[in-house]
Ligand binder design. Sequence first.
Ligand code: PHE
Length: 354
Amino acid sequence: MDDLRDKYLGQVTAAGDEAALEQVRLAAIGKKGEVALKMRELGRMTPEERQQVGPRLNALKDEIASAIAARKAALEDAALDERLRTEWLDVTLPVRARRHGTIHPVSQVTEEVTAIFADMGFAVAEGPQIETDWYNFDALNIPGHHPARAEMDTFYLARAEGDARPPHVLRTHTSPVQIRSMETTGAPTRVICPGRVYRADYDQTHTPMFHQVEGMAIDRDISMANLKWCLEEFCRAFFELDGIELRFRASHFPFTEPSAEVDIRCSWEGGTLKLGEGDDWLEILGSGMIHPHVLRSGGIDPDEWQGFAFGMGIDRIAMLKYGIPDLRAFFDSDLRWLKHYGFGALAAPTRHAG
Ligand code: PHE
């Protein structure tokens, strides 16, 4: 019995992990273990012998079992210590000066624009990028035969064969969100609608996908004067230039009457663009008073309400503000470009948050 005891207690101490320990347990006090076999021999003993040997065997079994339990706890502690030793974190290290990711200029400028218009009381509205031709065209006073449909280089989505309904389109501008906003909020209303738009066009200043921000204000007596003030105020804040000068040039859009394209005074002297000075003008947006047909499409009574709308290229004003020469590079995902033109995570304005 003493031999058994020495043998198994020795093996318990030597077991290096839980699997080895389990082997020892089975060999010693498992159903077919050595102690169990000894217990079976009790039947062949005299009652006197049995009274002597039985309790000693039971005590041996208990002793081995508690040695195993103690060893198991020690192994678990050691494993935990090992994890704590390897999985540590030095919270006193300084934060990384520059993260690898940057905020894309389009995201940055969208935030800047949103913040400025939020200060003027404009909420943000969004609409789908896949539109019906009703929202993208008809509701905006562009009927089926209108040349503006052809001019926009629209992407049409194919319908299933035999489906005679007009095809969906990738929205060619953010103006359909005007209609959707009128439908949901009614009048009075003041929203801007930033988002992606699509036209089949590709060169240094055009990509098939780009970004616009629509603006719309409807009330009982909104006028062109309010439009002018808003846009001048916006440009001054956005380009961070008090001396900014805008030119409202009579133009035509089916969805506004009267309409104006807006140019910003600039100079190209020495081959570099400077805003706010010089004798050149650079077009930055389209605008006008919302056409009565358009108000009516959005469920708003044009005899009671009127408003202005404008549409501006986000990528375009990003290029102007940050001196980025080629629009196509915006969407190339070139890491060197993103590092150079991207913004730090904390640079985005957040005063409109909440
Ligand atoms: N939707 C016009 C465009 O994409 C811009 C615009 C919007 C003009 C609102 C007037 C009013 O060119």
